[in-house]
Design a protein around this ligand. Structure first.
Ligand code: SAH
Ligand code: SF4
Length: 370
């Protein structure tokens, strides 16, 4: 093993872990406060630039620690202002991160895994198979890179990232501890200081992990529902066979009722032509969600080569929305952003050295049925 490999990467450590790290070095806990600010608020990765840290401690840190973010291999801005980064994580693997500016808001869409082990039929990430979980440093590293791109931001006036959604590649609840550490850094005042209402974890429904989440944090949640009954959801989201809709919505209720404030869940519904886009589906959805504090986000399906599904017409999506609106639900249709640079929902694939045989299977199927 090389010396560099033994160094502790401080980038992914939330305050409590940094404090423990400094104590283990025989240093005072308040060093954690200084280091957090240098790393996350000033974007500094060089100990020598940390002017309020003594020279002796800086020398010590250089030996045992490092601040190492992901390597940016692609950075492109779309015609509509959406910016996409491809970040290399290790040999052959990379993930994608997208910043969507919208007026005063800037929403960063962050990845949690290299690929995804779940295999939702409408999702291109799933089709590429799975390699591994991202570390906390690799998750918060995406926010760090994106924020550094807008330096200088130390006077507080330039805050390009106001919201974070864990809606990039991967299922965040299957990488629980690292995602929680990274989200804690997003919300930490000494780091990014984003309100818990503006940090959203999106899940396809890992029910036991959703219950655990409620015990350790109070971020906002988005539930990837996509279908109003189990029969259809089993086809779109295979995880539904393990945790059916009734259990998922019960866990969602438990999570919301455990929050200290009144908040709604976001229900995500990818609308696919001829599959789940009929007014009858919308009526079923209304019945299903009765009594659940939620808003509904309709996402017109974004096509990709390995899928036969089609994007619905805007009329069909609006017709669906009208049924929900008339039943009193706040419903938005997510506009497609950044599709000229493949940054839209469901188009994020990165480069996944697949450990499952799934990607191979889909590519073969495609070659047989082009
Ligand atoms: N694994 C988590 C988070 C990542 S996916 C989850 O499933 O919630 C985030 C969202 O991307 C999903 O809700 C889904 O609606 C959306 N998505 C995936 N593939 C899509 C596609 N081809 N078109 C439109 N939206 C898609
Ligand atoms: Fe994984 Fe989410 Fe894609 Fe399903 S929709 S395959 S859970 S990333």
């Amino acid at each position: 093993m090389t010396a560099a490999a033994e160094k502790t990467n401080l980038l992914g450590m939330p305050k409590s872990k940094l404090e423990a790290f400094f104590e283990s070095l025989g240093e005072k806990r308040f060093r954690a406060t200084q280091i957090l600010q240098w790393i996350h608020q000033r974007g500094i990765d060089d100990f020598d630039q940390m002017s309020n840290v003594s020279k002796a401690l800086r020398e010590k840190l250089k030996v045992v620690a490092e601040i190492r973010g992901p390597e940016v291999v692609y950075d492109e801005t779309s015609k509509d202002g959406t910016r996409k980064w491809v970040m290399r994580m290790d040999n052959g693997n990379s993930v994608e991160t997208v910043l969507i500016p919208d007026g005063e808001r800037g929403t960063l869409c962050v990845s949690s895994q290299i690929g995804c082990s779940l295999d939702c039929t409408f999702c291109s990430t799933g089709k590429r198979g799975f390699n591994r979980n991202l570390t906390a440093a690799e998750i918060i590293g995406q926010v760090w890179v994106a924020r550094k791109a807008f330096m200088p931001f130390d006077n507080g006036s330039d805050r390009p990232i106001t919201n974070v959604v864990m809606m990039g590649m991967g299922e965040p609840l299957l990488n629980f501890d690292n995602v929680v550490d990274a989200m804690n850094l997003m919300m930490e005042d000494l780091a990014y200081g984003i309100s818990k209402r503006r940090v959203t974890l999106s899940t396809s429904g890992v029910v036991p992990a959703l219950d655990r989440l409620g015990e350790v944090t109070d971020v906002s949640i988005a539930i990837s529902l996509h279908a109003p009954n189990d029969e259809l959801r089993n086809q779109l989201v295979p995880l539904n066979k393990k945790y059916p809709i009734s259990e998922l919505l019960a866990a969602t209720r438990r999570y919301l009722s455990g929050l200290p404030d009144k908040r709604k869940a976001t229900i995500e519904y990818t609308v696919i032509e001829g599959v789940n886009d009929q007014p009858e589906h919308a009526r079923q959805l209304v019945g299903l969600l009765r009594g659940l504090p939620c808003k509904i986000n309709l996402i017109p399906f974004n096509p990709f080569p390995e899928s036969d599904f089609k994007r619905p017409s805007m009329n069909a999506t609006r017709r669906f929305q009208t049924v929900l609106n008339e039943a009193g639900y706040v419903t938005t249709i997510r506009t497609t952003r950044g599709d000229d640079i493949d940054a839209a929902c469901g188009q994020l694939v990165g480069r996944v050295e697949d450990r499952t045989r799934r990607s191979q299977r889909y590519i073969q199927v495609q070659q047989v049925n082009p």
